[in-house]
Design a binder for this molecule. Structure first.
Ligand SMILES: [Ca+2]
Ligand SMILES: [Ca+2]
Length: 188
């Protein structure tokens, strides 16, 4: 028998054996709400295999960021200490690490109060084309017409692997001075 026929014969035997094979699943072993159909788990979008494995999103959409914590002072003094002792005028930028242009730059809130939460969003949702790559949020104190001061920044990877695709999650800066909630959806 030549090699070609050996392969055909082997494939045929495997195919016949496959027909009599018992089911790979029952509804109870398909996870995360998956159901067993014809011996195969049918999974909620984003999951595969026995529905415990996540598919990496091809893109994400961020609808808003909400800042729940920011530093009210800069080394013990008010951010606008030189201009009459005022709280900072906060805004953020969101960018892919190393990218020269921002995916988002917001307007600022004047004299921001550390006891309040501040939402940052644009008229159109932000598309994150590389959800597995590092992105950065910088927070600034606007000092127009004298530029701005960087208050702190948060680096993060938008797709948090193994977390089951939360539509809201919290990121905290390394200094722990800034805490921001991210509101997002996923596309596969
Ligand atoms: Ca300032
Ligand atoms: Ca200012």
């Amino acid at each position: 028998m030549n090699k070609f026929f050996s392969i055909v014969m082997f494939s045929t035997i495997v195919a016949i054996a496959g027909c009599g094979k018992k089911s790979d699943c029952t509804t109870s072993n398909c996870l995360n709400g998956g159901t067993c159909v014809d011996g195969k788990c049918e999974c909620p979008i984003g999951f595969t295999g026995d529905c415990s494995q996540e598919k990496v999103p091809t893109s994400m959409t961020i609808s808003k960021f909400v800042c729940t914590k920011f530093p009210g002072k800069n080394n013990g003094v008010l951010w606008d200490n030189l201009s009459g002792g005022k709280a900072p005028d906060i805004y953020i930028t969101f960018s892919k690490n190393g990218a020269s242009s921002n995916l988002l730059k917001t307007n600022y809130y004047s004299d921001a109060d550390t006891a309040k939460y501040y939402g940052f969003q644009t008229t159109a949702p932000i598309t994150v084309a590389s959800p597995t790559e590092q992105h950065d949020i910088f927070m600034f104190d606007d000092d127009t017409p004298n530029g701005e001061e960087i208050m702190d920044f948060v680096s993060f990877i938008p797709y948090q692997a193994g977390k089951k695709f939360p539509t809201q999650y919290t990121i905290i800066s390394e200094s722990k001075a800034i805490s921001i909630d991210v509101y997002c959806t996923y596309t596969w």
